[in-house]
Design a protein around this ligand. Sequence first.
Ligand code: MN
Length: 724
Amino acid sequence: MAAGQPASPGAPSSVPGDSTRFLISDLCSELEAYLEPEEVEEVYRAYLLGAESHEGQTRKTGEPYIYHPLAVARTMAEMRMDHQAISAAILHDVMEDTATSKDRIRAEFGEEVAELVDGVSKLTHLQFQSKAEAQAENFRKMMLAITRDIRVILIKLADRLHNMRTLGVMRPDKRRRIAKETLEIYAPIAQRLGMNAMRRELEELGFSAKHPWRAAMLERAVHRAGGNRREPMKNIEQAICSRMEASGIVGRISGREKSLYSIYRKMRDKHHSFEEVFDVFAIRIIVDDVDTCYRSLGVVHNLYKPVPGRFKDYIAIPKSNGYQSLHTILFGPQGAPIEIQIRSTEMDRVAESGIAAHWQYKAGSESSRTAQSRAREWLKDVLEIQNSVGNSIEFLENVKVDLFPDEVYTFTPEGDILVLPRDATPIDFAYSVHSDVGNRCVAAKIDRQLAPLSVRLQSGQTVEIVTSPGARPNPAWLSFVVTGKARTGIRHCLKSMQSEEARTLGERMLEKALESLDTSLPRISPARLDHMLDTMQLEDLDALLIDIGLGNRMASLVARQMVGKESPDSAADVPASSLAVNGTEGLVLNYARCCHPIPGDPIIGQLSAGRGLVVHRENCRNVLHETRDRTDRTIALEWSHEPQLQFTAAVRTRTANRRGALADMAAIIADHGSNIEHISFNEQDGHSTAMTFLLTVRDRQHLAQIMRGLRRQSDVLRISRQRG
Ligand code: MN
């Protein structure tokens, strides 16, 4: 580190409250209790970078900014977190608020610390706009889903804890908003991870900031009532203590203060009066091992009569976050109930710090283990406790899904959260908003940047769907969407598009066929039409036209039936005038892949059941020839004057083997305004290679220009259009 670093913030200054300040020296001595000297050294280096980066910045309290990250690091140290997590805690705001970059952190402290800081910054960017209560649950899941390393969440919780502790300096409206977020998002996350000490403090601070009046009133009530209770409480503790001693049990007994928020919540949710909630003595007994827990239970049940039906064995059947204890309620001396919790030291540690407790005793055992595998280990441990009592389902549903989600959580531009299955794409997103949005989707913006429609969405992204009134779904979407809703929506829309197109084509084909019989559709009598539809068992004329367009019925036959000429022979000698196609007919008109017809080629249409009309080049060998089938199943076609689309033509070449030959050919093709759709290599010898190109062209003339251009290339030995 260069000289002239900012001094340690230990120097006394004009800011009040210095005596309670936590200094870097305090942090280091706390870390020395459980980390290696080199690790403490590295944390100190992180402190120097943090202090340098935040130099000149102050918090709302007027203190130098670095006190905040130091306080966050302290909470992490109290949880006995590893040195990377402590370093990241000290640096957690530098990417967000200072010029220090991720690259610099990576260069000085390695990938792990850089990723942790980056993760915290990502969470900071997430804005929770709680419009509906139900959204809070999804937002909590989103936070966990974004986080690949659970330590990021722990830093974020410690960050929030310190912000709550120093909330007093904020404007009242801001205070309430942050408090609400703390109660709805952060405290429940702490609870999910089994971190009860953290949860309790976040709740207390959140409650008094969100409902200052209610909190103050409750506090006064607790204070008034508490005075009368001190004596009897002491007596009860004393009585239990001596009974345990008499039975030879060693343990700690403590009275538990009910938190204001838990009193408030009980009063609100269970409609209890203050007295009902508060007039309970709460005592916790902590002993060495599980066996002693049950013996202690016997002791207290002997001393005071238990309230029937209120004993709960959370040791045999732990709660979903791994919490274990024995709970019982006793009739106290003056009839006031006594709530007792009995647990072992180990259970107490887990109950207070949850997933962080796992870190402590596993830390250092194998340093190579990743954070996520630690989280998995924690889950596994909890799962094992659960399995031994056959109660794993609730656990799996709650915790595992949170930490290893099968879902992605995305924002709409309005800030609502949309939950989608893993691997969902913008198309899935669009259909989950509404099928109309899906059907009209033309583009997507992810975090305000245009993105491909097939990209896999990630938790935390904001997705905006761009729609256009005339747009229609693309059949190719079916190959990448993952939700049933999108799949059904696309299929449904394509089907109705196809019916529409088939109806139009069917109508044109039938009119042509009728024309060759010197009549037309309007001249067919309605009675005749109805009779025909009846015998064909069809709903209406549209159904008949769709059938013709899809190739299920032959227009010539239907036309003959309509005019009453049932004999097929008589029609065969009347040549039908040809139908014009321009390439925009869509789903019911297909271009044959054997001969690749393009405008300018003589063409013929061949009906194929269910697919409609397939357009071939007239000399294609796949076209039926001079049989009776040919008359019935084929239809004369011609190109309309202005074909609309790009078409595909197949060209065969033989090219000298020279490095760069293919690139030169590709350049020539591009110069002529064509794209290569596909190249296949047919065979190769020592001198030359035979290839087939599929090229996009407008018509025969365009193709001829491209081929002339290629022929001039000296590497091209032979070139010809592929025949069907
Ligand atoms: Mn912070």
